[in-house]
Design a protein around this ligand. Sequence first.
Ligand SMILES: [Zn+2]
Ligand SMILES: [Zn+2]
Length: 417
Amino acid sequence: MSTIDEVLAGYDGLRAAQEAFYQDLHSHPELSHDEHHTAQRVADQLQKNGFTVHTGIGGTGVAGVLSNGAGPAVLLRCELDALPVREDTGAPYASTVTARDAGGHEVSVDHACGHDVHMSCMVGMAKLMADHRDRWHGTLIPLFQPAEETGEGAQDMVDDGLFGKIPVPDVALAQHVLPGIAGTVATRSGPFMAAADSLKITVPGRGGHGAVPQYTVDPVVLAAMIIVRLQTVVSREVAPGDTAVLTVGSCQAGTRSNVIADHAVLELNLRSYSAATRRRMLDAIHRIVRAECQASGSPKDPDFETTFSFPITSNDPGTTDRVAKAFAGHFGDNALESPVQTVSEDFSKIPDAAGVPYTYWGIGFTDRNTYLAAEKDGLLEALPANHSPKFLPPLQPTLRTGTEALVAAALAWLAPS
Ligand SMILES: [Zn+2]
Ligand SMILES: [Zn+2]
């Protein structure tokens, strides 16, 4: 029996407990930065299986270390947090939890992104690997990151001295439930998820009476010019074959028709797939806003604030190749190549801080028959996606697939065949 089959033979024995653990996590979601109970629960599981456990990293982050002789160190990362979404799935274990968000508002909370699936698979993987430590060597590091949805948790863990607490790994791995058939896994080499940046830009004008515009600098006209000119960033400055998005999602200025406001506030979101394109877009935005302010005779420099920022997720080809080969060997026809995703992730901040290669793959979360029927009718877009109130992966084969993927990928380093 191969090492991977030997390790995974234990899955049937933990399946019932894993499903119960998942349903319990699903019923008790916690918002970003507030994942205290969730962190405690996963830490308990690691402890039970003989891992050295570090808690409270960057807030509520948890990392387990299982040192099992000489060999590579493999870090596998998942997320602790849920979303301010009101679940509408009708599942018997659906969440009815409410909590206060960062702004103090009462919101419903739901694991609508599948982080509960990721945690359950990680805990299952940790147990299987701990039970079969005679079959591999090296160091296994399951890591549970807080506040992924707000794009802060990975950096928080790094800033809190993560790599002073755990060994610097040789490789970092992560997975996410993504649109696709449950039971499939999908890898992709190179750029995989977009870098995303949100900017809040304040452009100063000079306020006054609407009847005497000659004494004012009208920030509404200034903002309008900026918005039009920003449309040329993607169309004129990004190469036609490159993919990028720039959206002005919000523009606020003024209070009534006969008052000229003294400033305007624009909120922008941009997405890109290479560091060079991202830099080029940010430079263009700064240049255009400054130049339009100058053209309008703005009395002060504009103010730029980054409200959130996700790095690009670009999978290392050698690392991806190794995982893809392991998946092809184990999953056969259910190991696929993933398309590029327009969503974003902060995972890469962890391997980037350590200067180590990484790969990130998807596991499907839609029941096979449901997916194939929707595909036939051209209705794939209508299927509930991540962050939807209707998002709910089938327990199986999702949990088994996610667990097997983690084991197969970790063993590609810890017990190479
Ligand atoms: Zn999400
Ligand atoms: Zn997510």
